[in-house]
Ligand binder design. Structure first.
Ligand code: UGA
Length: 431
């Protein structure tokens, strides 16, 4: 198929490169000229394992980039993969999506024949029905259901394993008005995946598809907050929350994944999506108590981590090592990383923060230009009066003699990645 994708962010670029690799002809539209050049030169504009090879293999060939929306006229289907950030009150900011929908509509005004537009971005239920589809109709002067259709096809990729997640999805969600033409195109788009393996295809309504994405992220975020709540109780009773999680995870109804308790969830998706859903719920007069609690538990975990450090050292005026800055291992993304509140709270305690991360120090410098960034975990630990572990990078599991160089060998682990050892006072956040 000829596929156009609007937006070359993390989702747009990954999906564009993966569709090209599946055999489709892909054009990626983005207003950023430097991103357009990079893709055409075969360079991935974002860091994601496996993406470099795909963009190198297809960029400038069956994966082209342009800043001209008119390119979508030559394609069968257009995916909108634009950002949906939050307003200050947590509600969804649709400005980029609305502008994208209008630009797509204007380009489609000059197209003969049927076209399918697909909303890939995460949007609150009823956005496509109430806002995006009407915008496309108005801007194109065409009739929805006759000249074009709009479908919703949310994305479930995780940062750090996006290419793999795309190739082997648990599910593909296709939300439509019921239009057979739209469904036919969507099935053809995903046929290289669904022909090759058993991926569940969920054909549903558009608002249901929009809600499935939020429900998925909200459920997982709440699952982690619930295991953190239970973990906090475990810690108070001297119980190992990880042994408890391993056991309850054996119950199919609970499942073993996403039961790692600790300093909490971050990233660009869980915080943004849970907040957007809470705001959308309040918009229609519903108090989302469970989701509010999930956020509250998450917000408290960094303070609990530091309270454990306070039990052993007075950090005022002392060096404290922060190990890990990204919101999870495998990425340099620090958006909503738990390291941010941890560093803020250390600063409130007048500690001198020495931070180390294998890849995310550069990103964190934008938030905290004045703290010290060490080149290795060993350098961060040397002379430190205590260390807190915020990200579960594998290399922290291999630390050993490095702890001997600490002035006060106290380690508070927020991710259960460091082993207990002789000579080190070790506190697990929930174990
Ligand atoms: C998440 C979802 O997992 C994806 O399915 C979704 O497509 C994506 O958001 C999105 O909406 O774009 P991602 O933000 O990349 O993916 O990260 P996750 O792997 O889900 O981790 C989120 C946070 O939860 C991390 O801070 C991680 O450390 C934390 N976490 C995860 C825990 O604290 N414990 C766990 O057991 C699992």
């Amino acid at each position: 198929m000829d596929v156009s994708i609007i937006g070359s962010g993390y989702v747009g670029t990954t999906v564009a490169a993966c569709f090209a690799d599946l055999g489709h002809d892909v054009v990626n539209v983005d207003i950023d000229e430097s991103v357009v050049r990079a893709i055409n030169d075969g360079d991935a504009p974002i860091h994601e394992p496996g993406l470099d090879d795909l963009v190198a293999a297809h960029g400038g060939d069956d994966l082209r980039a342009t800043s001209d929306y008119d390119a979508i006229r030559e394609t069968d289907v257009t995916l909108l993969a634009l950002p949906t950030p939050s307003h200050d009150d947590g509600s969804i900011d649709l400005a980029a999506m609305k502008a994208g929908a209008e630009a797509v509509g204007e380009a489609l005004a000059g197209k003969d024949g049927y076209h399918l537009v697909v909303v890939k971005s995460t949007v609150v239920p009823s956005t496509t029905d109430g806002t995006l589809a009407p915008l496309i109709a108005d801007a194109s002067g065409k009739v929805e259901g006759k000249d074009f259709d709009v479908a919703v096809n949310p994305e479930f990729l995780r940062e750090g394993s996006a290419v793999e997640d795309f190739r082997e999805p648990d599910k593909i969600v296709l939300g439509t008005t019921g239009s057979e033409r739209a469904l036919e195109r969507l099935r053809t788009l995903y046929a290289p995946i669904t022909d090759a393996q058993d991926a569940a295809v969920v054909e549903t309504g558009r608002s249901e598809a929009e809600m499935i994405k939020y429900a998925n992220n909200a459920f997982l975020a709440a699952k982690v907050s619930l295991i953190n709540d239970l973990g906090n109780i475990c810690k108070e009773y001297g119980v190992d929350a990880y042994e408890v999680a391993d056991a309850i995870g054996l119950d199919d109804r609970i499942g073993e994944r996403f039961l790692r308790s600790g300093v909490g969830w971050g990233g660009s998706c869980f915080p943004k999506d849970v907040d957007a859903l809470r705001a959308a719920a309040r918009d229609v007069g519903y108090e989302p108590l469970m989701l509010d609690a999930a956020v509250e538990v998450n917000d408290r975990q960094p303070e609990r981590l530091l309270a454990l450090l306070d039990d052993h050292v007075d950090v005022a005026g002392e060096r404290v090592a922060v190990l890990g800055l990204s919101f999870k291992p495998g990425t340099d993304d620090v958006r909503n990383s738990r390291a941010i509140p941890v560093i803020e709270r250390l600063q409130e305690r007048s500690a001198t923060v020495v931070a180390y991360d294998p890849v995310a120090a550069g990103e964190m410098r934008e938030h905290f230009p004045d703290i010290e960034y060490a080149d290795s975990a060993a350098d961060a630990l040397a002379g430190a009066h205590g260390a807190v572990v915020v990200t579960d990078w594998d290399e922290f599991a291999a630390l050993d003699g490095e702890f001997d160089a600490m002035a006060d060998p106290v380690v508070v682990d927020g991710r259960r990645i460091v082993d207990r050892r002789d000579g080190v006072t070790y506190e697990g956040l929930t174990w």
